[in-house]
Ligand binder design. Structure first.
Ligand SMILES: *Cc1c(COP(=O)(O)O)cnc(C)c1O
Length: 419
C-alpha cells in the first residue's frame, strides 16, 4: 500500500532540520500524537549508515536507542529472519518451538548461569512486567504481604503500568495515577537510603547498572553492593534491568559483569534481536523456581522469527568478538569526546561506559545540538535537556569514529553560533 512512493536517491532537499515531507502531514492525521519526532523520514539503512527519503546519508550514533547494535541490515540477521520466515513464523506457546529453547540456552551461557531460565516477551517493558510478576510470586510464597519493590530515582523500566510505577520519574506517573503504592524510590547514589528502604515486605530491588533514559548515569558500586546485601538479608530478588546495557554495549555481555554484584533476574530487550521486537526475563537460583504453569504468558513471546534473529545476533557478537571490540571502541569514543570537551565551550563533561556515553553540555542546549547534528548528517539524541546520548553500534570502525567526531564537532560549533 505504501510502496511505489519512494523518492529518488540523491535529492536536493536543503540540509536543514526544518525540512518537511508529505509523510509528516499524513502521520499527523493518522497516528496518535504520543511522539515528538525529528523532521526526518528514514527509508533505508546499511551498517552504521541511514538514508532519508531524499537520499541524504547520516551516520547513526544512536542505533535506534541502543537497538541496532550490529548496524542496519546486518546480513546474518537478515538471513536468519528470511530463512525462519520461510520455514515457520508462529504456532503459539501451546507447543514447543526450537529457536526459543536454543535462545534460552544461549542466554544462560552468556550470563554464566548454568541454572538460568528465560521467559520471552516482546519488549523491554514486558520483560520488566514479567519480572514484577515473578518477584511477586517469589515474595508471596514467603509471606502474603511480601510484594513491595525498591527502585531508584532516575531509573527507567518501560511504559506499561507496572514498569511505569518502577520508573523513578514522578512526572511520568502523574497523568496516569493511581498506579498503586507498592514501589519506594530512593536516590540512585545513596547506599544507606537503599538499605533503609528494604524490609521484610520487599520482594525485589530494581535497578540499572547505568541509567540510560535517566540521562546516562552510572549507579555507584556501593549502591549495587548495598542492593545485593539488602536482598540477601531479606530474601528478596535483585533485578537488574539490562534492556539498554545488555548484549555487549558496555564492553561486557552484561553491565553487571563489570561489577562485584550478581543479580537474581535480568531483563533484556533492545539489542537482543537487532531491531525485531523481543523481551527476555532471565532468572537463576530461587528466582528460576518462582513461576508455575499459568502464572504468565504471551501469544507472540519467543516466536520462531524473533528468536532466530536473536540467535543470529548472539552468534555474530561472539564470532566477531564484538564485546571486546565494544570495550576498545568505548575507550576510543571517550577519548574523542574528551577532545571535544577541551575544544568546544558547549561540551563540559562526559559520563557513561563503553558504547553508551553521555556528553554533558553547558545548559539546556541538547535539543539544539541534536538538530545541528542531524543537519551535519549525524544521529544522536538529547537524553536530558543538558545531555547528549551516544550509543553507536558495536560494529563501529575507526574511520566511522573519526567521522562521528568530525560531525559532532561541526554540530557543536553550529549550535554554539545559533544560541
Ligand atoms: C528502553 C527501556 C525499557 C523499555 O523498553 P520498551 O521496549 O520500550 O518497552 C525498559 N528498561 C530500560 C532500561 C530501557 O532502556
Amino acid at each position: 500500500m505504501m510502496s511505489g512512493s519512494s523518492s529518488p536517491q540523491g535529492g536536493s532537499r536543503p540540509m536543514m532540520s526544518g525540512s518537511s515531507s508529505p509523510w509528516m502531514e499524513r502521520e499527523a492525521a493518522a497516528i496518535l500524537p504520543t511522539y515528538g519526532r525529528r523532521p526526518v523520514v528514514f527509508v533505508r539503512g546499511s551498517g552504521m549508515r541511514l538514508y532519508d527519503d531524499d537520499g541524504r546519508e547520516y551516520l547513526d550514533a544512536l542505533s535506534g536507542l541502543s537497538v541496532t547494535s550490529l548496524g542496519h541490515a546486518h546480513p546474518a540477521v537478515t538471513e536468519a529472519v528470511a530463512r525462519q520466515a520461510a520455514t515457520l513464523v508462529h504456532t503459539s506457546n501451546l507447543f514447543f518451538t526450537t529457536p526459543q529453547i536454543e535462545l534460552a540456552e544461549r542466554l544462560a551461557d552468556t550470563l554464566g548461569w548454568a541454572d538460568g531460565r528465560s521467559f520471552f516477551s516482546n519488549s523491554g517493558a514486558e520483560a520488566n512486567e514479567a519480572a514484577i510478576k515473578l518477584a511477586r510470586r517469589h515474595g508471596k510464597r514467603r509471606h502474603p504481604d511480601k510484594v513491595n519493590v525498591v527502585a531508584l530515582h532516575g531509573g527507567f523500566h518501560g511504559r506499561l503500568l507496572g514498569p511505569l510505577l518502577l520508573t523513578g520519574n514522578p512526572a511520568k506517573h502523574e497523568p496516569f495515577q493511581p498506579l498503586g503504592g507498592w514501589v519506594t524510590h530512593v536516590p540512585h547514589d545513596d547506599a544507606a537510603a537503599l538499605t533503609r528502604a528494604v524490609d521484610e515486605r520487599t520482594c525485589a530491588v530494581w535497578l540499572e547498572v547505568v541509567q540510560g533514559e535517566g540521562g546516562v548515569r552510572s549507579v555507584p558500586e556501593d549502591v549495587l553492593q548495598a542492593a545485593r546485601s539488602a536482598c540477601d538479608a531479606h530474601d528478596a530478588l535483585l533485578v537488574i534491568d539490562e534492556v539498554q546495557t545488555g548484549i555487549g554495549r558496555l564492553g561486557s555481555w552484561y553491565g553487571w559483569q563489570q561489577t562485584a554484584v550478581e543479580p537474581d533476574v535480568v531483563c533484556l530487550a533492545k539489542a537482543l534481536a537487532n531491531g525485531l521486537p523481543i523481551g527476555a526475563t532471565v532468572a537463576r537460583g530461587a528466582a528460576a523456581e518462582a513461576f508455575a504453569a499459568g502464572d504468565h504468558a504471551s501469544t507472540f513471546g519467543g516466536g520462531p522469527v524473533v528468536t532466530a534473529a536473536a540467535l543470529a545476533v548472539l552468534d555474530t557478537v561472539a564470532r566477531d568478538g564484538l564485546v571486546e571490540h565494544a570495550a576498545a571502541m568505548g575507550t576510543a569514543l571517550r577519548r574523542r569526546l574528551e577532545e571535544l570537551v577541551t575544544a568546544q565551550p558547549l561540551a563540559t563533561g562526559i559520563r557513561g561506559r563503553g558504547l553508551l556515553q553521555g556528553l554533558e553540555l553547558a545548559g539546556d542546549v541538547a535539543a539544539t545540538v541534536v538538530g545541528a547534528a542531524l543537519d551535519a548528517g549525524l544521529v544522536v539524541n538529547d537524553v536530558a535537556p543538558d545531555v547528549l546520548r551516544l550509543a553507536p553500534p558495536l560494529i563501529m570502525g575507526d574511520a566511522e569514529l573519526d567521522q562521528l567526531a568530525e560531525r559532532l564537532d561541526a554540530a557543536l560549533s553550529t549550535a554554539a553560533r545559533a544560541l
